[in-house]
Design a protein around this ligand. Sequence first.
Ligand code: GUN
Length: 287
Amino acid sequence: MTARIIDGRAFAAGILAEVATETAALAAMGIVPGLAVVLVGEDAASQVYVRNKARRTKEAGMASFEYRLPEDTAETALLALVAELNDDPAVHGILVQLPLPGHIDTARVLDAVSPDKDVDGFHVINAGRLAAGLPGLVPCTPLGCLLMLKAELGDLSGARAVVLGRSNIVGKPMAALLLRESCTVTIAHSRTRNFPDECRRADILVAAVGQPELVRGDWIKPGATVLDVGINRVATEGNNTRLVGDVAFAEALTVAGRITPVPGGVGPMTIACLLRNTLTAARRSAR
Ligand code: GUN
C-alpha cells in the first residue's frame, strides 16, 4: 500500500482564500481585522515565523502590527505592551511569539492577553473552554490538524485516536478536539510504557513530540491516518541540513492510509488557522 499524501499547502491555500474573502466583506462594513505579533529577542526560527505571519496577514487584507522588543526587555514592559494592545480597538488578535527569554514568566504573559483577542488559544480561559466543550479560540496547530482530518475522513466518531505528546500548544488541545469529535482518545508521552503498541492501536495518529523520525513504519496500523506535527532540522552529508518530522516518512508511506509530509503538511495550516482565528475574533468584536 502507498499512503495518500495529505497536501497541507493546498488545504491552507483554501482556508486563506476563504479568510481573505470574508475579511473583505467585514472590511466593507468598516471593520478591518488586525493582528498584533510580539517578538521578544533574536531567536532565529521565531524571526522567520513572525515574518511569515506578517506577510500572510497583509495578503489576507488584514492589518498587521509588529512589535520587536530586545532580548533584555523587562516583563513589566512586555505586560504594559500587552495591556495597551488589549485596549486598542484596531487590534483583534494578539500573538506573543514563543519561546520568550528565560527571565520572563511565560504563563503570566499569556494570561495577560485578553481571552477575546487570544488568537493562539493559549489563555487558561480558552484552554478551559475547550476542555469543557464550550466555544472559544482554539490553538492553531491542533485546529489545522482537525480541519484536515475532517476533510479527509468526514465523521471521526468512534475512531481510535492516539496523540503523541502532551504539550499545552499541541498535545492537550489536540486530544480535547478529538474527544469533542467523539473519538476514543489516548495521549502517549515520555513516560508511556509501550509507545509502539499504543501507536499500533491508532486509526488516527498525531505525532507532536519533537523527536526526528521517532515513529517507525511498523508502529503504524495499516490504513491509519497519520498527522506529523514535528519540524526537526537534522544534519545530512556535507554541511547540509534537512527538515524531517516525528515520523519516519518513507517507512510510514508503505503502511499508512493517509499521511502529512514534512514540510508541506501541518505547518502551512498553522498560519492559516491563526488568520481564521483573527477573523473570528474580529467578527465577535462587532457584536
Ligand atoms: N512558537 C512556535 N509555535 C508557536 C505558536 O503557535 N504560537 C506562538 N505564540 N509561538 C509559537
